[in-house]
Every structure is written in C-alpha cells, then in structure tokens.
Design a protein around this ligand. Structure first.
Ligand SMILES: C[S@@+](CC[C@H](N)C(=O)[O-])C[C@H]1O[C@@H](n2cnc3c(N)ncnc32)[C@H](O)[C@@H]1O
Length: 232
C-alpha cells in the first residue's frame, strides 16, 4: 500500500465518489503518485482506469519501478505534459494538486480542447492549486466549469482552497459566480482570516503593476470578505 495520505490529499480522495463510474481518473502532476495509487487500490473504483501523469522522467521511472511488484491492474503511467495529452474516452475525473494556478489553467485549457471534440464527454475536476485561486475560478467560470463543491483546508501552517468543478457540455450557468470563493467563509476561523489578509496584501502589491488584469477586483472581493466576517 502507498504511504498514508496527508489531510490535503485525503480530502481530494474523499471527493472521488465511485457512484460516478468514471472511465478514467487522472492524477495529473502526480510526483510521488500517492493519490492515484490510493485510488487505484480502492476496490470500488476497479471499473475506472487510473492514470499517473508527470513530465519529469526520473519521477515516472521511480513510480514504474515502485509499482512493478504490486498488483495494480487498472493503473497506467504517462511521462507527459498534462496540458497536451489526448484524453481518450468519454467520462473523466481529473485531479490537479500541488501546482500553481497558472499551470492549472494551462492544463485545463488542453483538457477542454481535447474533450470538447468528443460528443457526450463529461469532465469532473478536483483542484488544489498552490496559488492564484481567484484567477482559477475566473478561468473555470469563463469555460463553463460549474462549481459543485469547495472546502478550505489547513495543514502544517499552509492553507488550500479545494474546488470541485463539473463540465458537461454544457448549459450556460445562470447564477452569479464569486471568484473569491462562495461558501468557504461563512464559518470564519482565525486561519481563514490570516489567509484572506495575506491575499488582500498580495493584491495590493499587484495593483502597483497597472497592467495586472484583476488585482483591483480581487483586492476588493477579499476585502469585502474580511469586512463581512471578521467582526462576527
Ligand atoms: C509539487 S508536485 C505535486 C504532487 C502532488 N500532486 C501533490 O499535490 O502532492 C508538482 C509536480 O507537477 C509536475 N508538473 C508540473 N507541470 C506539469 C505538467 N504540465 N505536466 C505534467 N506534470 C507537471 C512536476 O514535475 C511535479 O512533479
């Protein structure tokens, strides 16, 4: 069995519901591959093909060697750029964790380009970006990825916004999107307060770069969250 999942990866694992009967589950930018390996070992997901993808040869070599002694019938290894793979098949779950928001957007652009060519394709996306969640949400909104769930995770002094998006082909989304997070802040903990304060300062600095596309809007959105919740 691969090493125990930490809190961040455990939460993404728990979002993978076998009821969805995915044809393909992609652990993109997998590095150590812990999440994909745990998913491949889940007996309820045996009908899904689980893919580990990383662009670094030494990482994939190590993973292939490490798994050669175990029985993983449904596991596949790809030494590849996650943004340019073909994504064959119809129903996909992709997980992108531990990379910056810019990389997330580049990879999602590639996936959507590949998947939109296939009639009847569906896509669920689990994200845990290291940075730029405001921009990632904006990107998803612009590309008809509908927010299905989200959660704020704190671990070892670091904070993460986890997002679960669904794309189906797709009807326009009627509700108003909030790029600073929708349901994350109603229970406002000291950790969330510190996290938002940091984002406000970050976007204040970004405003000095007058060509930054959304620094002002992001700063306003995060400041409003602070004003709404910090005095509760
Ligand atoms: C910090 S690790 C994240 C590991 C794991 N997903 C996690 O969250 O713990 C980031 C990995 O992303 C890989 N990576 C970055 N960009 C990539 C891309 N475009 N395609 C495939 N792998 C990529 C890097 O090689 C690195 O191994």
């Amino acid at each position: 069995m691969p090493p125990k999942l930490d809190k961040r990866l455990r939460h993404l694992y728990e979002w993978v519901d076998p009821i969805n009967q995915y044809d393909h589950i992609w652990d993109l930018c997998c590095d150590h591959g812990y999440l994909g390996l745990h998913l491949a070992k889940n007996p309820q997901l045996m009908h899904s093909q689980v893919h580990l993808v990383d662009c670094v040869p030494a990482i994939m070599d190590r993973l292939v060697k490490q798994c050669s002694k175990s029985d993983y019938g449904n596991l596949h290894f790809h030494l590849d750029n996650a943004a340019t793979m073909p994504y064959e098949g119809l129903s996909h779950l992709v997980i992108i964790a531990g990379v910056g928001g810019d990389t997330v957007e580049t990879i999602l652009t590639g996936i959507l380009t590949a998947i939109k060519r296939k009639k009847g394709a569906t896509l669920h996306v689990l994200l845990s970006p290291n940075t730029n969640t405001y921009s990632v949400r904006q990107f998803c909104w612009n590309n008809s990825l509908e927010l299905h769930d989200e959660l704020f995770i704190s671990e070892k002094g670091r904070h993460y916004e986890h997002m679960f998006f669904k794309w189906g082909g797709c009807q326009p989304i009627l509700k108003k999107e909030c790029f600073a997070g929708k349901g994350l802040w109603q229970v406002f903990t000291p950790a969330k307060q510190r996290y938002i304060e940091k984002l406000v300062k970050h976007y204040e600095r970004c405003q000095k770069n007058t060509s930054h596309p959304y620094a002002l809007k992001a700063k306003q959105a995060y400041s409003e969250i602070l004003e709404s919740y910090s005095c509760l």
